[in-house]
Design a protein around this ligand. Structure first.
Ligand code: NAP
Length: 265
């Protein structure tokens, strides 16, 4: 039974571990019923049992491999048809390591399916459904590597730059619909993602690593403050605003009928 304080249902992808598991817990504590998605059904089921008991919310578990088109289509269809879903956390993602020139292209294609294609399809379905309802929230988990791609795996960084850009455009598209959009840019966060991608995280200084619960709490505080972009560890929000402002300074000159003088002989 829905708890009296139910906020609707939050669909969390990648809810079986790490950041997604913490979102599931925090959203249940906020009174959301949950639809938890990942491949590892056993882990989802045990999280569901715990969350039902702790928070008295409804929790449904859905096993899906979001690199597989059929699974993504089913979830998309659910988002479009289930009007109880009011929040999407587009969180499931994988990292990669190594040089692009030496990459296993099959593995990178799977990364792109999960980090880009599935995120896009689910965001589209949520945007349509939530705009129709005149309410709802879309949270896309990007990464700070969107801002410094020179320091990390090329394809992973590019996938996260895509998520940032998608979120910025989507925010403009949804203006006036009542739908809130947020991109979260975590820095290094202690989860399984490092081991799963075969990345040795042992050399990362402790002062650069945040616990997943602190990261998610900060991201939700940013959401509550109405932020479009939340960078949980950035002490000065003004630095991000200056970065955005610098981009806007260029905008009037980014497309002109003639080339810049320095390119003319
Ligand atoms: P994690 O602990 O490895 O969690 C990844 C989640 O995604 C798991 O629940 C996993 O569940 C799910 N997943 C992986 N492949 C999937 C697939 N094919 N289909 C469906 N679900 C799949 O890593 P995390 O750090 O929490 O990652 C969550 C998000 O945060 C990712 O988008 C990641 O890029 C982003 N992020 C992480 C960090 C960091 O330092 N940890 C920093 C910036 C951004 P199953 O294995 O059960 O499917």
């Amino acid at each position: 039974m829905n708890s009296a304080k139910s906020q609707g249902t939050a669909l969390v992808t990648g809810a079986s571990s790490g950041i997604g598991a913490i979102y599931a817990e925090r959203l249940a504590a906020r009174g959301f019923d949950l639809l938890l998605v990942a491949r590892d059904k056993d882990r989802l089921e045990s999280a569901a049992t715990r969350l039902r008991e702790a928070h008295g919310v409804q929790v449904e578990v859905l096993k899906a491999d979001l690199t597989q088109k059929d699974d993504v289509l089913k979830l998309e269809q659910r988002l479009r048809s289930d009007s109880s879903i009011s929040l999407l956390v587009n969180n499931a993602g994988v990292a990669a390591n190594g040089l692009l020139a030496n990459a296993d292209m099959e593995q990178l294609e799977q990364l792109i399916q999960l980090n880009i294609t599935a995120v896009t399809r689910l965001a589209s379905a949520a945007a349509a459904s939530f705009a129709k309802a005149g309410r709802g929230t879309i949270i896309n988990i990007a990464s700070v590597v969107a801002l410094f791609p020179e320091r990390f795996n090329a394809t992973y960084s590019a996938s996260k730059a895509y998520v940032l850009s998608l979120t910025q455009s989507l925010h403009t598209e949804l203006d006036g619909t009542g739908v809130q959009v947020q991109a979260v840019l975590p820095g290094v966060t202690r989860t399984e993602i490092w081991a799963r991608s075969g990345t040795d995280a042992s050399g990362i200084p402790a002062e650069m690593i945040m616990e997943a619960d602190e990261m998610v709490d900060a991201a939700l505080a940013g959401l509550d403050q109405g932020e479009l972009i939340t960078i949980p560890s950035l002490p000065e929000a003004g630095e991000w605003q200056a970065f955005v402002a610098a981009r806007h300074v260029m905008v009037p000159n980014l497309s002109r009928s003639s080339a810049a003088q320095r390119y003319k002989s």
